[in-house]
Design a protein around this ligand. Sequence first.
Ligand code: FEO
Ligand code: CA
Ligand code: CA
Length: 633
Amino acid sequence: MSSTGTPKDMNPSSDFEQIIDRGLSRRGFLKGGATAMGLFLAATPLAQAVAAASTPMKSKLLGFKAVSASTADRFIVPEGYEARPLISWGDPILSNAPVFDQSGSQDSAAQAAQFGDNTDGMSLFPLGDNRAVLAVNNEYTNYDLLFAHKGDALTADDVKKAQAAHGVSVFEISKDDNGQWKYERVSDFNRRITAYTEMELTGPVAGHARVKTAADASGKKVLGTFNNCANGQTPWGTYLTCEENFNNYFGTDAEIERDAHQKRYGLKAEETRYQWYKHDQRFDLAKNPQEPNRHGWVVEIDPMNPTSTPKKRTALGRFKHENAALTVDNSGHVVVYLGDDERGEHLYKFVSKNRFNPNDQIANRDLLEEGTLYVARFNAEDGELKGQGEWLELTHGKNGLTAENGFADQAEVLIFAREAATIVGATTMDRPEWVAVHPNNKSVCCTLTNNKHRGKKEGQPVGGPNPRAANHYGQIVRWWPNNEDHTSNSFKWDLFLVAGNPSVHNGSAYAGSGNINTDNMFNSPDGIGFDRSGRLWIQTDGNYSNKGDFAGMGNNQMLCADPESGEIRRFATGPVACEITGLTFSPDQRSMFVGVQHPGEKGKESHFPAGGNSKPRSTIMVVTRKDGGIVGA
Ligand code: FEO
Ligand code: CA
Ligand code: CA
């Protein structure tokens, strides 16, 4: 979801105070500018450190001509490229589905058989050169577009329709006679998973007292997944969908006090935006206080079997999951990096107990059942934008995770992972979004999208990988596990980029790192992914006002970076008021699938993708080169 602040929240003139706050040496300060005048003319030490974080050289990996920033209501790709819509919110995917009707008056049964709303993370599962199954998250929905009445006075069926707009859509795609990808209107693979699809709670939390409810005495049978943000893909052919802002779906009209756990996870004992609790008691916090403990997990889905039961993998911890970046280490252990997208929350890593066996895909299906969860602590010399880090184990009985500190057992450590992370001393981050593991070396990147509270709120000091107060631009932290071993408990890190606006903040830390310039600037990096050649694709979910601190950045966009040279080029720009999120490739890298989420949100005028007077619809675009070449090369 978009959650960047407004330009006025930012206080760029406070660079100087931050340097003093951070206790950077006076010597360093004097070197930066010996006179009061010099302070304004020369870069401050923090600005110098930020600028030096990444100094670009010309890339050999990037072969396209950059596109300009844009405020047009279009999806724009470089010269020599084409982009076509594949599927939009409301397109029919099950055999009983009606076609999309933009009046907003279709019922829940229609929505449950159509592509869900707000396309987000997605993965492609090949069925051959010209066929594949696409699994796609439908993160949330916008009531002003979903309903003719824009969300006033919801009926029971309206709530069910909203629930059906959420979840995951699985469908077959194939190439037509012209070599263009299209989705299959009828296929045995097509499936909708919604906020009321039955799933199994598995792993250490399954059956625990904290996840039993009036409707489920077993503590193992959960209905639904919702606010599925980003994703992951396993080498045993399953899809991972990650539950993010689940807290927003619970509410109540009763007068109740929230406990500390509920507060830490952002649950509210009041009327909430989606109002599901008014027609579905599961979402009434007063009536079902344990139901939220059954959400906020990573869910594993077999996209090849439409009758399979999705499994919530509790060993990976409960928080506002962004994506699940999975890699198999040299040792055979499966390592999953996981961000918790909230200001001042944390970055996690799961290491499987058992090892991947390429000859036993059935056994591999249990690899996410058992393992060890860790959380990151970043250490840095004061003023350095690089350093060492360590992974702190979140295991009951270790590192203070004991009954005296409020954790009865390992299940409670996992259900309340955020609180466990605080006890072990994890670093509070600037909203960890997607993590991406480099395909050909051991480096890993994570987008830290922005954090207006940095340097202002207790527990969120400026420093280390979060170097700027009132951070409205974001950065990408990168790390290398020690000994090139993803199971290692230590790593070294730097900042691959620090986003900023060099035309508005020249000479300050808000200008960004050396690889940010007036031609490629952007704010709030969110979705990221490497292609097989090691290009880093970056998608933004930021402030698209194109004014003030964001002047010249235009609409949300997609960039491509070369991790070796540091060069970053803008590859695509999205339509009005959208977020660009979700990417996957055909195996030959000649087609790239990109999500355009919520064009025209908050009443902004967009008619994407159909134009004319049509309602704006979240849409997956297929990007190809006119000469059939590899995308990005
Ligand atoms: Fe769904 Fe953190 O973005
Ligand atoms: Ca986001
Ligand atoms: Ca996101």
